[in-house]
Design a binder for this molecule. Structure first.
Ligand code: NAD
Length: 301
């Protein structure tokens, strides 16, 4: 392909992607849909009339999300009849075979997705020297490889279909806000950020956009399951409680993130820092990266 025809293909790709301004009847896959941002994202897309595949490691929680979609759909008249609906599946995003199997089942049962939200993720707190290798690998397996596996499973079928779509990858403000206590987590999210930047360039001619979502502090269940390096089980439980109280006080709810994810898909937004502290960190790291490196030296406690 010559340079000019390559550049022309970007325009035709952009045209294809624009159909997502209306999400009625679109097929949306959300991983980690059993809780927090994933659950609210599933509900938000369903409220737009999309058909939602809610996948989670914990099938029961994904089924609860589907029940919530159904509950809301009953009050939505025409949308409930002609569009919408949700289906629950179990998947461990850290296992590529299982992600591929999910993709095959989705294709066979529901079709090729228009939107894939690679949301499943876990928290982890601790300095590098306190973080055991297996804990670091687990964070990378879920938060980074889980996103890569999701893209590898769904992007080729979206390309083959040829009508465009959107991939949404959950990164974090931690991707551009270095902190000594978040080495593994921030590294996994920075990897998602750069992976998404590269993938976006590749998928433009196919009309498939990539949105990188970077939330700051959002009150979900994430802290309740976050591992803390180098502390006893009792101390870990205490730190989880303390951090959860802080997130609760911060009071930024996951439905607000979900609303912005839907907006980002409709408009084709590339990078979206969500919450004021994420927007501040995004700008600060660009205009004064030395300052954010100094801030990385401070602990969170
Ligand atoms: N809450 C925040 O402050 C915050 C900030 C920045 C980024 N994020 C990111 O947002 C995403 C959603 O987090 P949340 O805050 O809603 O957390 P959450 O704990 O409320 O929900 C995460 C969901 O992912 C599922 N999950 C975990 N590991 C999985 C796996 N291996 N396979 C499939 N499902 C799995 C969990 O069962 C859970 O339902 C994560 O990627 C997280 O890193 C969250």
């Amino acid at each position: 392909m010559s340079r000019w025809s390559e550049i022309r293909s970007w325009r035709s790709g952009a045209k294809k992607r624009r159909r997502l301004r209306d999400l009625e009847g679109a097929l949306v896959v959300v991983t980690g849909a059993g809780s927090g941002i994933g659950r609210e994202t599933a509900l938000a897309f369903a409220a737009e009339g999309a058909i939602v595949v809610a996948a989670d490691r914990d099938l029961e929680t994904a089924q609860q999300t589907v029940a919530l979609v159904d509950e809301h759909a009953a009050n939505r008249g025409a949308t409930a009849v002609f569009g919408g609906g949700a289906y629950a599946y179990a998947v461990d995003v850290a296992d590529e075979d299982r992600v591929q199997r999910l993709a095959s089942v989705v294709r066979a049962e529901h079709g090729v997705p228009d939107v894939v939200v690679n949301n499943a993720g876990i928290g982890y707190s601790g300095t590098f020297t306190a973080t055991p290798q297996d804990a670091f690998e687990k964070v990378m397996d879920v938060n980074f490889w889980g996103v890569v596996y999701g893209c590898r499973a769904f992007a080729p079928m979206m390309i083959e279909r040829g009508t465009g779509g959107q991939i949404v990858n959950l990164s974090s403000a931690a991707a551009f806000t270095p902190q000594k206590m978040l080495t593994a987590y921030a590294t996994s999210k920075a990897a998602v950020y750069m992976f998404s930047d590269c993938l976006r360039g590749e998928l433009v001619p196919h009309g498939i956009g990539v949105s990188t979502i970077c939330p700051g502090i959002v009150h979900t269940n994430i802290v309740k399951t976050t591992g803390f390096a180098g502390v006893s089980a009792e101390k870990e439980a205490e730190l989880q409680k303390k951090t959860d109280r802080f997130y609760d006080k911060r009071n930024y709810t996951p439905d607000r993130v979900a609303a912005q994810i839907v907006k980002a898909v409709k408009s084709g937004k590339s990078v979206l820092p969500v919450t004021p502290e994420a927007r501040f960190g995004y700008v600060w790291n660009r205009i004064a990266p030395g300052g954010s490196r100094v801030a990385a030296r401070f602990g969170l406690e």
